[in-house]
Design a protein around this ligand. Structure first.
Ligand code: DCP
Ligand code: CA
Ligand code: CA
Length: 357
């Protein structure tokens, strides 16, 4: 007989390390080992933008997400800088999510670079092996480092993951949860931002242990139902459930043209081609979309992205084509385009929708 050590489902939380910057290291291997940041502005205007993320070499200098890029350059003179290319990161993300989903567990996509998988009830050792294999496979298939947290409960798994960063793997068993939490600062609980932290601190609660010993009614009076959740979590009770997510986040195609041009009529055949390819992928998956995005890369290699939200879900090729053409046209302003991209996102499953009627 197999003896289950855990009575609850084990959640595996995976989060990619320095995601946007790691994606850039993939296609710019010469930057590996150097301090590097990805930011919102073009290279020429980099001092005006904000750092979106940076690799761990840059973090040693104190560079971090959300910081003005000008400050990052003050902290680290030799910082390498790249403008963020979200089409590319979404594409990498989509492939990773598809792979994770193929493992066959119920899975919730938490953000562009993290997902929670419900491994069900299994012995801790088996879960650790699943996590090791997943982490190794992600590194091997995509060339990217990740960190995994395992625990019983979505919040605890995420907190375990945060603790294990970077390139780590830890398991917090059910009977270790209270100990794991007790000395942590309140803001380590997912969802506790600066405002909630301040409220809790005013109530003289600075660690999660403090919350666990506090009065539940006072927490509810101050924070509503989130107060009740915080009390439960602090006492090792996590009732959150994994909500299975549609894995395909977007479908896109992009291609370099034979010759650069600023004439929308010359670009038109390429738009038609990309639209047809996107539609073919979409048809196979039987999805409806609500958001259309385009990308233009100019002769000087700078890029612009523009997207439009439709009022209704659709799978119309004509709507995709006319919107793509308009959006691309609006990005030309007489400049020559070298490469263009078309993307659809924000999906609704046709099969699911039919069930409503
Ligand atoms: N991101 C962003 N702006 C921010 C924070 C993040 O654009 N203020 C983007 C860039 C990140 C990605 O989201 O690469 C994922 O964010 P994470 O918080 O998971 O941070 P990283 O993956 O960059 O680093 P790590 O998870 O190793 O700490
Ligand atoms: Ca991350
Ligand atoms: Ca993340």
């Amino acid at each position: 007989m197999i003896c289950l050590e855990s009575n609850h489902d084990i959640i595996m939380h995976i989060d990619m390390d320095y995601f946007f910057a790691a994606c850039e290291e993939l296609r710019h291997p010469e930057l590996k080992g150097k301090a590097m940041a990805v930011g919102t502005s073009r290279f020429e205007d980099r001092e005006k933008g904000v750092v979106q993320t940076c690799n761990y070499e840059a973090r040693k200098f104190g560079v971090k997400s959300g910081m003005p890029t000008s400050m990052a350059f003050k902290l680290c003179k030799e910082l390498e800088y790249l403008q963020s290319d979200e089409f590319y990161y979404e594409d990498v993300s989509g492939k990773i999510m598809e792979y994770l989903k193929s493992l066959g567990y119920k899975m919730e996509i938490m953000s562009i670079d993290e997902a929670a998988l419900d491994l069900g009830e299994m012995p801790y050792e088996v879960a650790i092996n699943v996590a090791k294999e997943t982490k190794d496979a992600v590194r091997k298939k995509f060339g990217l480092p990740s960190t995994i947290g395992l625990s019983t409960g979505k919040n605890f798994a995420k907190m375990a993951c945060d603790k294990a960063k970077p390139d780590g793997l830890i398991m917090v068993k059910t009977d270790e949860i209270k100990d794991f939490l007790k000395d942590m600062a309140v803001e380590k609980i997912p969802g506790v931002g600066p405002k909630t932290k301040e409220k809790l601190n005013r109530m003289k609660l600075s660690t999660i242990g403090d919350i666990s010993r506090s009065n539940k009614m006072d927490l509810i009076a101050e924070l509503g139902s989130f107060g009740s959740q915080l009390y439960n979590l602090s006492n090792g009770v996590d009732t959150s459930k994994i909500i299975d997510t549609n894995v395909i986040l977007s479908i896109s195609r992009e291609r370099t043209m034979a010759a650069s041009t600023s004439d929308i009529n010359e670009i038109d055949p390429m738009i038609k081609k990309l639209v047809a390819e996107v539609m073919s992928d979409l048809g196979k998956k039987r999805y409806l979309f609500k958001t259309i995005g385009v990308k233009v890369r100019y002769e000087d290699f700078t890029e612009k992205i523009k997207s439009r939200n439709l009022h209704h879900y659709t799978d119309s090729e004509e709507i995709l084509y006319s919107n793509s053409r308009n959006l691309i046209s609006s990005l030309l302003y007489g400049k020559k385009a070298r490469k263009i991209g078309v993307r659809v996102s924000d999906f609704n499953d046709i099969k699911k929708q039919k069930k409503l009627f």
